[in-house]
Write a protein that binds this ligand. Structure first.
Ligand SMILES: Cc1cc2nc3c(=O)[nH]c(=O)nc-3n(C[C@H](O)[C@H](O)[C@H](O)COP(=O)(O)O)c2cc1C
Length: 356
């Protein structure tokens, strides 16, 4: 099967995007490896400067510095590959990070955890392709209509993130549980509605808008199912965690290998958003009502109230990236427990798409 993916002015040889994973899970190493394989490599900008010596005092500058370093690293691995940044709308200094991504030369910005309503204004005249993440037809229509009316432009790619994805999720905890218990009809119908809406806007503008589907795609069958629904590409994150090239510590990767299906739970992040993670000693403490007061606020999320939260999400995710897994929030997708061994990025891409 020969399926290229056009993203703005770039062409990815393979119709797969690696989902951005913060903090520190998808950096230059993983993104570069995916781009080198012909897919789209995504660097997560979320608190990316956590390893910089001045991260605590000078978080924004440390993050910006690390964005450029990680981009360069990925670019060296894949000089002609498609490399982008995942930048969450909910991040404080979102606007600055978007501008820095453009300046670094990113081919693509994927933006979720809120709708990136004003992303076109922040990237005016830039060649960087723009991709919002949506989880419903309602939010797809909202962003398409708003960008069309206000900016006379449409996304260069739309990412649909379903209920089986990892990290923060665009569904209520109740919806997620219903999906998991199959009380609610599966997500396919929503995907088809979103595809219809995208087509409606694209036809009006005489443009083609590629769509990627994310969430729970970990096998060839699941990938084929996504393509049969009519999407142009798949976005995969969890499967890339257990790769040699993934930027996370080996102890974090091992938690995926050891996890069983029952260990994967829905939790509420400190800012109230539901997310999916592995039930580890840290999460058990939080579920039992323990509070872990942060020593210092890193100013990560716009709507966080440090005095009211049970724990600091930046601290918990940095523990994860560093492999301090018992103190960490271990984000993962619903299929994380299926990982059996550490593989290379190339092997994972081949397994998902076959020989192309
Ligand atoms: C460990 C982890 C961290 C993630 N972090 C982010 C993030 O920082 N920003 C974001 O938009 N999505 C994030 N995601 C979601 C992924 O980009 C992706 O869309 C989703 O997990 C795809 O589903 P899959 O993991 O089942 O393949 C994260 C996912 C995982 C597993």
């Amino acid at each position: 099967m020969d399926r290229q993916l056009k993203i703005g002015e770039r062409i990815a040889q393979k119709s797969i995007l690696q989902g951005g994973m913060g903090i520190g899970i998808s950096l230059g190493n993983l993104a570069g490896a995916v781009a080198k394989c012909g897919g789209v490599g995504m660097i997560s900008a979320a608190q990316i400067g956590f390893r910089e010596p001045d991260f605590d005092e000078n978080t924004e500058e440390a993050n910006v510095r690390a964005m450029h370093q990680e981009y360069e690293k990925a670019r060296q691995t894949a000089p002609k590959g498609v490399i982008g940044f995942n930048i969450m709308v909910a991040m404080r200094h979102y606007e600055r990070y978007v501008r820095e991504a453009v300046q670094a030369g990113a081919d693509l910005i994927v933006s979720g955890a809120g709708l990136p309503m004003d992303l076109p204004a922040l990237t005016e005249n830039a060649k960087t392709a723009l991709a919002p993440i949506v989880s419903s037809e309602r939010s797809a229509r909202l962003i398409l209509k708003y960008w069309d009316r206000k900016y006379h432009r449409l996304p260069d790619l739309l990412v649909i993130e379903g209920p089986l994805a990892g990290g923060h999720l665009g569904f209520s905890a109740e919806q997620l549980i219903e999906y998991m218990q199959e009380k609610k009809k599966n997500f396919d119908e929503e995907v088809k509605r979103i595809l219809d809406t995208v087509k409606e806007f694209a036809e009006k503008a005489q443009k083609y808008i590629p769509v990627a589907l994310a969430g729970g795609i970990g096998s060839r069958e699941q990938a084929d199912h996504a393509f049969h629904l009519g999407v142009d590409a798949i976005q995969v994150a969890t499967r890339f965690v257990t790769t040699e090239e993934c930027d996370a510590d080996i102890r974090y990767k091992r938690t995926y290998l050891q996890a069983q299906e029952k260990d994967i739970v829905i939790t509420k992040s400190p800012v109230g958003m539901p997310g999916r993670a592995i039930l580890n000693p840290f999460l058990k403490k939080i579920q039992n009502g323990e509070q872990i007061r942060p020593e210092k606020c890193h100013g990560c999320l716009k709507h966080c109230k440090p005095a009211e939260i049970p724990y600091c999400i930046t601290d918990a995710l940095i523990h994860a990236a560093k492999g301090e897994v018992d103190e960490a929030l271990l984000f993962c997708g619903a299929e994380a427990w299926e990982a059996q061994k550490i593989q290379t990025v190339e092997e994972v891409v081949r397994e998902l798409l076959g020989e192309e």
